[in-house]
Design a protein around this ligand. Sequence first.
Ligand code: CP
Length: 314
Amino acid sequence: MTQATIGRCNLLGLDGVPADELAALLDEADGFVAAVRSRETTDLLAGRVIANLFFEPSTRTRCSFTVAANRLGASTVDLTGLGSSLSKGETVLATALNLDAMGVDAMVVRSPRSGTPHLIADAVACPVINAGDGRHEHPTQGLLDILTLRRRWGDLTGRTIVIVGDIANSRVVRSNLHGLTTLGADVVLVGPPVLVPVSFTKITAGPGRVSIEHDLDEALLRADAVMTLRIQIERHGDDGGGAIPPDYRRRYGLTVDRAASLPKDVPIMHPGPVNRGVEIDSEVADDPNSSVIMEQVTNGVAVRMAVLRRALSP
Ligand code: CP
């Protein structure tokens, strides 16, 4: 097993993770969902210390890793750029090596730069979990999205997930493509051509297929689930315009009218944070009958419990 998968107790990406390993991880996470909902704490990881190294802002991922660790009886140390010696010029790698020398049991790493968790994993003794690196991968987000769908359908084989938004700059989409296609789901990527590179159709592990559609209404006709994504303006750089494309909501927003055209049993997803009134209308995001956005957040704690448990007691 390569380091890019779950090998050496790391979780650096979903690329290359075989279907049976994905299923085992999802089964374990599924088993934690009831405990998350009933706010139960166990002592599975009592005495362990997890370091959260977040070099980029986060609400859901950082807090849910902390909640997950605490629910397993572990404690956490939190390090962000602000208030650490990073602000004095210490490097990310030196920071990680110092935490490793303190004897933390695992590191959860988020970075604006693709590959940072891999760089750290090569240098430290403890397991490393990728909490989102640049445009590359966000494996626990992919797992929680897949868990949310699997709990609804049981099996993903032959299902079609429409993912609409800033595909080019999304690490969430890359992890979902690896995981969903490995488990047999088809993915339709939707957005303006500038945000949907043709090369993304190659990110498939099979048996699921990946296709591109630029007409959202056309794509929605095939949708068993719809995942909306934020425009990642912060990742556009100088050549990406750094702005939401004109007419975006009308053409690619999941508006109240568009959502009303969907069958009632089509779940509506978003990894958060949500740009309300841009990629999705508030009424749609908050609709208790079709939106599963808060269910995704709850399932995120269960996934992170499973990932931490596996990293620390394989
Ligand atoms: N979905 C997600 O990664 O959200 P945060 O950036 O708040 O962690």
